[in-house]
Design a protein around this ligand. Structure first.
Ligand SMILES: [Zn+2]
Ligand SMILES: [Zn+2]
Length: 387
């Protein structure tokens, strides 16, 4: 079966297959684990921890083992001033300045109950607990692959093609390794909400996601300049992705506009919105008369600026001002209203998720799809990156 019809707009994709190469890049720190600050916004004072799989011990700040969990055991960790009070039904009762929950054995996992969560949360590997003024600092040191599969599950949800889960795994792993220093001042690598990537203890990944993550184990994307790439993605490009410099100022060799017909039949391919002309002009800071009835403006290709006479404003600003789904819109003014007819959903830079999903369903491989949206990138193993 061939997916490259000669003469079709997609025929050139065949030339863009990535080389799976072992390359080196320079990053601050390379690790098989990622330290995730979890439940950072909840300002918790108490957590209840119990082992779910494998063996667990509790150590103090000097790494001395102070407690070995039994199988049906639970330990409460409560903050009292600048100390932690740790207690169990089997006689543990201690006051510490910090503690580590350390798991061993294949797939070591622990359950955690916190006040306002309806169910026990499940995390893998280890946990560091420190008292801070605003509440407990909880840092889950977890293998990169376990982290990636959780983030992919939260980002993609259920029912996507296996190849698509692989794509999102590589994107998410690249993001994590590139951002290992992002929360250095907070005492961990990445946080568990949208600021970094959503990592939830209540959503265990499906076998399908775990399998897809494992199939790309350790793979990250490097630019032609051999740097870990900014693996930007968005929901739907509306037929053409955006240049990075047109949206975020900074130019990147791999974030260049490409045409995309794959996403056009998806649900977010088009949108419409109407805004009163007076309000539209006022928000742009334009005087009356610059825009009037019967004015029309089109983007056959994505444009950085919306222009009328000698006035112009960045389409990215218009999107921000009016909460538009994208910067890829046409304008027509009738009856005192600015009617916007738009394409796509999101900033438009990098990989188009709905297009990539369609490509995956059509049988393209993850390396072909990544090479289509990210120009000139190659794949490398984390272990080959040089600190
Ligand atoms: Zn963050
Ligand atoms: Zn698209």
């Amino acid at each position: 079966m061939t997916y490259f019809k000669s003469g079709s707009s997609n025929s050139f994709i065949g030339c863009l297959i990535l080389m799976i190469s072992i390359s080196s890049a320079f990053v601050g720190r390379v690790s098989a684990q990622v330290r995730v600050g979890i439940l950072v916004k909840q300002n918790l004072r108490t957590v209840l921890i119990s082992p779910a799989q494998g063996k667990y011990i509790l150590t103090n700040e000097l790494s001395d083992t102070i407690y070995t969990f039994r199988t049906d055991d639970a330990v409460s960790v409560s903050q009292v001033g600048d100390r932690l009070v740790v207690k169990s039904a089997y006689g543990l009762n201690d006051t510490l300045t910090s503690c580590f929950l350390i798991g061993s054995g294949n797939g070591a996992a622990f359950k955690m109950r916190v006040g306002n969560e309806p169910q026990d949360l499940l995390y893998y590997d280890s946990l560091q607990i420190l008292p801070e003024t605003k509440g407990l600092r909880l840092v889950n040191a977890v293998s990169v692959e376990r982290y990636v599969s959780r983030v992919v599950q939260a980002e993609v949800g259920y029912g996507a093609a296996e190849e698509y889960y692989k794509i999102q795994s590589i994107i998410c792993r690249t993001y994590a390794i590139r951002n290992l220093e992002r929360h250095a001042l907070d005492g961990y690598d990445v946080c568990d909400h949208e600021h970094c990537q959503v990592y939830s203890g209540s959503k265990n990944p499906t076998d399908e996601v775990v399998k897809a993550t494992a199939a790309t184990s350790g793979l990250v994307m490097l630019s032609a300049e051999n740097d870990l790439i900014l693996s930007a993605f968005h929901s739907n490009c509306g037929g053409q992705t955006a240049n990075s410099e047109d949206v975020w100022k900074e130019e990147r060799s791999y974030l260049k506009s490409v045409n995309d017909t794959f996403c056009l039949s998806s649900r977010s391919a088009t949108w419409e919105k109407s805004i009163e002309l007076a309000e539209f002009s006022a928000q742009l800071g334009w005087s009356n008369g610059v825009l009037a009835n019967d004015f029309g403006w089109k983007q056959p290709d994505r444009k950085k600026y919306f222009t009328a006479g000698s006035d112009s404003v960045e389409t990215a600003n218009i999107r921000r001002l009016f909460g538009l789904r994208s910067t890829y819109f046409d304008i027509e003014i009738t009856n005192g209203n600015v009617n916007l007819t738009g394409r796509g959903y999101g900033h438009g830079v990098g990989l188009c998720q709905q297009g990539a999903m369609k490509m995956a369903e059509a049988g393209y491989t993850y390396s072909q799809i990544l090479g289509y949206y990210y120009k000139g990138v190659s794949l490398a193993q984390i272990s080959s990156l040089q600190p």
